[in-house]
Design a protein around this ligand. Structure first.
Ligand code: CA
Length: 225
């Protein structure tokens, strides 16, 4: 995945470049003007700081949107609602407040790519599409889930949730991120829907331990009891 990182703070940029690691090719520029000079056909996603030395990131966003619909994730120390709203109005696809964890950044990049349909339409090979966790196989190409060889019938949303959580088994996913990424909402009413889906998946997999609750935070993908 080709990332254009627009960030004037060398320590933040270095952290992102090191943290993204394998599978990401990062082009780093330090100003809004340099970002606007890039050929966006050659990148997949932009990570855009708001506080740039020459212009505001929201203006960079607006300029880019005149010619390109490439996914833009604003990455900013400015967490005020006004900055978030303005960025989204200028065409940003998501907003991440510094400091953030690399795992969250990668999850946001993947979610934005999925939402905007910018990711690869089909995984390149059948094996890329297949995950195997403690006897549970999840195939994103055929949309099938099997447990020790027996097919588990999940609803489309349950399937999406299993794919999302099993992307990084053992990692804790925050409730609000799950709602944001899987339901595209943070409306509190959806939280009950999330719990209902988790309960249904646990029942179908035969053990609550497959999706562990992390009290006050969210959920992590586990394994059989
Ligand atoms: Ca900055």
């Amino acid at each position: 995945m080709r990332v254009l990182l627009v960030e004037d703070d060398p320590s933040v940029a270095g952290g992102v470049i090191d943290g993204l690691g394998v599978g990401f090719t990062v082009t780093h520029v330090q100003s809004g003007a340099a970002a606007l000079n890039q050929n966006l056909d050659e990148i997949d996603v932009l990570l855009l700081d708001l506080g740039l030395p020459d212009m505001d990131g929201t203006d960079v966003c607006r300029e880019i949107r005149k010619t390109s619909q490439k996914p833009i994730i604003v990455v900013s120390a400015r967490g005020d609602e006004i900055d978030r709203v303005l960025s989204l109005e200028m065409g940003a696809d998501d907003y991440l407040v510094k400091p953030f964890g690399m795992r969250e950044l990668v999850a946001r990049i993947r979610a934005v790519m999925r939402r905007t349909g910018s990711g690869p339409a089909e995984p390149e090979t059948a094996s890329d599409a297949l995950r195997e966790i403690h006897g549970l196989t999840v195939d994103t190409r055929t949309q099938r889930v099997e447990l020790n060889g027996d097919e588990i019938h999940l609803t489309p949303k349950e399937f999406e949730l299993v794919v999302y959580l099993s992307d990084d088994p053992g990692a804790v996913y925050r409730r609000q991120d799950i709602l944001h990424d899987v339901w595209q909402t943070t409306w509190y009413g959806t939280s009950k829907t999330l719990d209902a889906h988790i309960a249904a998946i646990r029942k179908k997999l035969g053990a609550a331990s497959w999706i562990e609750s992390v009290r006050g935070v969210g959920f992590r993908f586990g394994g059989p009891a």
